[in-house]
Design a protein around this ligand. Structure first.
Ligand SMILES: Cc1ncc(COP(=O)(O)O)c(C=O)c1O
Length: 406
């Protein structure tokens, strides 16, 4: 008998799977360039006012449990942000504070998914979406972000595909979007989003929109939040401290359910139950996040600076990759990832897994395999490091491809 449950196999994360091998190499004296984790504060210090607010909360002894659903101050600050940025009416009561979006995803699946229930996930997807769904017995319907359309969605194809599933009696419960996208960097146009909202509405699917990179857009992108488009369609917006607020280690996220229809009310209430079950998110971090959200002017300055720097690094890396003989990349408009494709026929490597494993061993560069995002023959590079590190890494990747070319 195996002591572990069958479902324990869903505890997987491709982004960190080479960490142990990288640590061994590093201990043996090899210099490793780590471009696998999308961790802004590792490169851009969290703003001083946010850090001070965290320290203040601790020194004032605010180290107790907060309310399970989150501090009132923080939920008010989140509601104000959505009014300010997207002109949408969100009540603090619509906000559930979680330990990162990572926890919100678990709560959503735990709340909605019965054995065999389906959800529409576009690939390449953020690594956690599929295993989290499967952990709760769900089955993904894998639709596509289309590479030849700059990784956008083809709404007609989506509609046809869902209709086909419906004719087989498969009714998806929710559809999840990542916008701006990890790993492709796509920012979906409002036209495409409107069509997706319509499709969700037509088929009675709940829309989940992961907008953690909503303030990290550039190269002419025009981001639109689903919160300002999905009026009347039950939807859940996911966001948090990790990226734009530059505080991944706070582990603070929020699920926002703005609708007041019966479906939205039921979801909201159940997400709150799950939040109560695990007692509380990190209390000092919630105080700090409330402060970060309320410091509108200072945040504006910090995010503009970070966005500009990220855009420069991403574009610098894309320009270098565009000179590659082996890698082909779509220029991102948001987030800070590059997702190049390689032609399997051109390289003597079994697959993307072999690519990243060998690259780490031979060149000391740690990246993530595309299949971890549901897309083989691709690799993901985090472009947050300064240009000289990105340059060194990309030169090593090119050298590696040349050595393994057919
Ligand atoms: C699209 C997306 N969603 C969610 C997360 C996880 O966010 P959190 O740190 O809030 O758990 C990430 C982290 O990289 C992400 O890229």
């Amino acid at each position: 008998m195996c002591i572990l449950s069958k479902r324990s196999r869903y505890a997987i994360n491709a982004i960190q799977e080479e960490d142990a091998a990288a640590a061994v190499l590093s201990r043996s004296g090899k210099k490793i360039i780590k471009l696998n984790r999308g961790d802004p504060p590792a490169y851009f210090k969290t703003p001083e006012y946010t850090l001070k607010a965290y320290a203040k909360a601790i020194l004032e002894g605010k180290t107790y449990y907060s309310s399970g659903v989150g501090l009132e101050e923080l939920r008010i600050a989140v509601a104000k942000r959505y009014k300010r940025m997207y002109a949408v009416d969100v009540s603090p009561d619509d906000v559930i504070v979680t330990q990162g979006i990572s926890e919100a995803l678990l709560f959503i699946n735990a709340s909605l998914i019965n054995q065999g229930d389906r959800a529409v996930i576009f690939r390449p997807y953020y690594t956690q979406y599929v295993p989290d769904l499967e952990l709760y017995g769900g089955v993904p319907i894998l639709e596509r972000y289309v590479e030849s359309m700059d990784w956008s969605i083809d709404p007609d194809r989506l509609d046809r595909s869902i209709r086909k599933d419906l004719s087989r009696g498969r009714m998806p419960k929710y559809l999840i979007l990542t916008n701006p996208n990890n790993p492709t960097g796509t920012v979906l146009s409002s036209g495409v989003l409107e069509e997706v909202v319509e499709i969700a509405n037509n088929y009675g699917m709940i829309l989940v929109s992961d907008e953690i990179y909503d303030e990290i857009t550039y190269n002419g992108a025009k981001f639109k939040s689903i919160s300002s488009l999905a009026k009347g369609v039950p939807h859940i917006i996911l966001n948090g401290a990790s990226k734009g607020y530059d505080a991944t280690g706070f582990r603070i996220g929020f699920a926002i359910v703005p609708g007041d229809d019966d479906v939205s009310d039921a979801i909201k209430s159940k997400l709150k139950d799950f939040a109560m079950v695990r007692l509380s998110a990190n209390t000092p971090a919630q105080y700090a996040m409330a402060e970060a959200l309320n410091r509108e002017r200072e945040h504006g300055i910090a995010i503009r600076r970070m966005r500009k720097e990220i855009a420069e690094r991403v574009n610098f890396a894309v320009n270098l990759l565009n000179e590659s003989k082996y890698l082909h990349v779509v220029r991102p408009k948001g987030a800070f990832y590059l997702f190049p494709r390689f032609e399997k026929e051109e390289l003597k490597l079994n697959d993307d897994h072999g690519f990243v494993e060998k690259l780490l061993k031979e060149e000391g560069v740690q990246i993530t395999r595309g299949s971890g995002f549901g897309e083989r023959n691709h690799i993901r590079i985090v472009a947050l490091a300064p240009n000289e590190i990105l340059e060194e890494a990309i030169l090593r990747i090119e050298k590696f491809c040349r050595r393994h070319s057919k």
